[in-house]
Design a protein around this ligand. Structure first.
Ligand SMILES: C[S@@+](CC[C@H](N)C(=O)[O-])C[C@H]1O[C@@H](n2cnc3c(N)ncnc32)[C@H](O)[C@@H]1O
Length: 220
């Protein structure tokens, strides 16, 4: 029998893959707060112009959609396959949605409901761990990016050898924690170029443990 505290924690944490119900809403509120530092650090590596049309995939609670609305004068879109995430993102970006500068859509990265060559920048914060077919999903991202458009990936986890806590997390969430090489190879195999990687030693936003943040910027 798992102890109660651990059981409750896992019950909450499992929502990181696909937030659902009350606990999904609770985890989204926590992620909005806890992922702030990773987002602030990583976005510094992304050049955004006022004309850019931006899509955030796996948008969760929509904080990065809100961030990008301040960085571009053009439209910002968020997509997530979780109903709860879509609802929370809509609540957070209500005004911009009413002003027709923002759309939050329910859907999967594997089949993006957009035409070819639609976006200047596509971002993915803390979500690629859960994408079902990473390399093909990257090709789908490439399809909807304009020529010369940018894909941006930010993760606060890299594989840690023999780390029991990370192993538990991977099993609980059925997640893939990719190494720098795997991320680089997948972007290359999907056809991206000018790949740049940035790393920072930091702490995990949920556990407070040592963590390696990583972000990639690559061009179509
Ligand atoms: C750990 S949360 C990160 C949320 C947000 N990007 C952030 O940084 O706070 C992962 C999000 O990715 C979404 N997600 C996972 N797999 C997805 C997929 N295949 N298609 C669309 N969204 C997905 C989940 O529903 C969840 O909202």
């Amino acid at each position: 029998m798992p102890n109660k505290e651990k059981y409750l924690n896992n019950e909450l944490l499992i929502n990181a893959r696909k937030p659902e119900g009350e606990l999904g809403e609770k985890l989204i509120d926590m992620m909005n707060e806890n992922h702030k530092n990773l987002a602030q650090w990583s976005v510094n590596h992304l050049e955004i112009s006022k004309k850019d049309i931006i899509l955030d995939i796996g948008c969760g609670g929509g904080v990065n959609v809100k961030r990008f609305l301040k960085m571009t004068d053009n439209n910002v879109y968020g997509i997530d396959y979780s109903d709860v995430a879509v609802k929370k993102s809509i609540e957070l970006n209500k005004k911009a949605i009413e002003d027709k500068r923002c759309e939050i859509i329910k859907g999967s990265v594997s089949k993006l409901p957009f035409e070819d060559n639609s976006f200047d920048i596509i971002t993915a914060f803390e979500t690629v761990y859960f994408w079902p077919d990473f390399e093909n999903d990257l090709k789908e991202v490439k399809r909807v990016l304009k020529d010369g458009g940018i894909i941006f990936i930010a993760n606060e986890a890299l594989p840690i050898k023999d780390d029991e806590r990370q192993k538990e997390f991977i099993e609980l969430l059925d997640a893939n924690i990719y190494s720098e090489k795997e991320l680089n190879d997948s972007l290359t195999n999907a056809g991206f170029c000018d790949i740049a990687c940035f790393k920072k030693e930091s702490i995990d936003s949920f556990t407070g443990d040592y963590a390696n943040w990583i972000c990639f910027v690559a061009k179509k």
